[in-house]
Ligand binder design. Structure first.
Ligand SMILES: CC(C)(COP(=O)(O)OP(=O)(O)OC[C@H]1O[C@@H](n2cnc3c(N)ncnc32)[C@H](O)[C@@H]1OP(=O)(O)O)[C@@H](O)C(=O)NCCC(=O)NCCS
Length: 377
């Protein structure tokens, strides 16, 4: 078989057939199962979108009710995983904790060794509920607070906020988070999803695939960028510098501005459109104007100066901050949503599996490069 050499970072390489997510990077289109993200953000819920990603079509009303019941019933975590969370250092970042806890969940999953389509749907169901719980529970434990029992009457987004804060979330907070979860649910062969598919394709298990995906998501070039954006805004606040001047300095030092640029989108990331709108709305509702105003000023400057657009992470930062969420929970919240897409991709991979094993272009010392006794080196 002939082999072609891929460009650095596999740019432009099509590495799988997939019926889950379609992106037109030039036109700024993102669609799940052919459905435009703008329609889903306006009309759908995270639960319905997850059903769509996993099953290829929207649920009927009874199917949706049943799916929501399954997710609510899956809000259970073995006490030994809670003990593990208690034993981890409070200095650990929530992403490290999530990576470790998701790996440990497999020991207590009754379907641990069932790698069938149905087994993975059941495990995906549990993981979707459990990842949200782990993030909320660990945050409370590290702050010395009690664990809040899950409430099966609440939606996925509302239950997460309830377990995080121990207070009934407002309609605005629930709706804002629900839309953010829809927007983050899938994104074709992004780095973490590709990692999940590579692991699944070895016929390892879904917990391993999701653990690997969480590791990939954690990096600042991927999901970690939303935290980096907020740290930049906090730095601006601390130094008292004018936001655009601050960013100009970073550009002059050849630093990347987190939350801008994208490998696939050459125009506005359609997810950013909604996050910008929600950030602006929250800023008006809460009277906390600076995070949105500074973000907007930076965006306009980077647009005109660097011709780069804001991506999904840029306005997530100010949106989550105005919802009262701690910075180091932003990337875990990305995982709370992306588990929907990871599961869809693991299942799709295994439905028509072949080991993913590319080649490397060898650029090392010439062959044969003979071994030399240590005294002669
Ligand atoms: C997303 C990202 C990793 C895509 O990377 P990529 O396709 O490999 O693109 P590159 O990093 O090669 O960037 C291409 C050029 O644009 C510049 N660029 C890209 N993103 C930039 C940013 N956020 N700030 C400043 N310059 C940026 C690069 O410096 C490079 O310029 P050069 O050709 O003069 O060296 C990149 O845009 C980035 O690092 N963004 C910040 C992190 C981020 O927000 N990640 C979340 C993505 S959803």
């Amino acid at each position: 078989m002939t082999t072609a050499t891929a460009g650095k970072g596999l740019e432009g390489i099509v590495a799988a057939n997939s019926g889950i997510c379609w992106i037109d990077g030039d036109a700024g289109v993102l669609a799940y199962r052919g459905m435009d993200i703008h329609e889903l953000a306006e009309h759908s819920t995270f639960e319905e979108t997850t059903y769509l990603l996993w099953n290829g079509k929207l649920p009927t009303a009874p199917q949706l009710e049943e799916f929501k019941k399954h997710l609510a019933a899956a809000r259970r975590i073995d006490v030994r995983v809670i003990d593990l969370l208690r034993s981890l250092p409070t200095t650990g970042t929530p992403m490290e904790v999530l990576r470790t806890a998701v790996s440990a969940l497999s020991f207590y999953d009754s379907d641990e060794y069932d790698n069938t389509h149905e087994g993975n749907v059941r495990k995906g169901n549990r993981l979707t509920s459990q990842i949200a719980m782990i993030v909320a529970i660990y945050d409370r434990l590290r702050k010395g607070k009690n664990i809040i029992e899950a409430d099966p009457s609440l939606s996925h987004a509302a239950n997460f906020l309830w377990m995080l804060n121990g207070e009934r979330p407002s309609e605005t907070a629930t709706k804002t988070l629900d839309i953010a979860l829809i927007l983050h649910a899938d994104h074709e062969l992004n780095a973490s999803t590709f990692a999940a598919r590579v692991i699944a394709a070895t016929l390892s298990d879904i917990h391993s695939a999701i653990t690997g995906a969480i590791g990939a998501l954690k990096g600042p070039l991927h999901g970690g960028a939303n935290e980096a954006v907020m740290r930049l805004l906090y730095d601006i606040d601390k130094t008292g510098k004018e936001p655009v001047e601050y960013v100009k300095d970073l550009i002059a030092k050849k630093q990347k501005i987190m939350g801008f640029g994208h490998r696939v989108y050459k125009t506005e990331d359609p997810r950013a459109t909604h996050l910008r709108r929600m950030s602006e709305q929250l800023s008006r509702d809460s009277g906390q104007h600076k995070w949105y105003d500074w973000s907007r000023a930076i965006e306009l400057y980077i647009n005109s100066e660097k011709k780069l657009n804001a991506n999904v992470d840029f306005y997530s930062a100010s949106t989550y901050t105005m919802l009262g969420i701690d910075v180091d929970l932003f990337t875990p919240i990305f995982a709370v949503s992306r588990i929907a897409g990871w599961t869809a991709h693991v299942i799709e991979q295994l439905d028509d599996n072949r080991l993913i094993r590319p080649r490397a272009e060898y650029i090392g010392p010439g062959y044969p490069n003979h071994w030399v006794p240590v005294e002669n080196r």
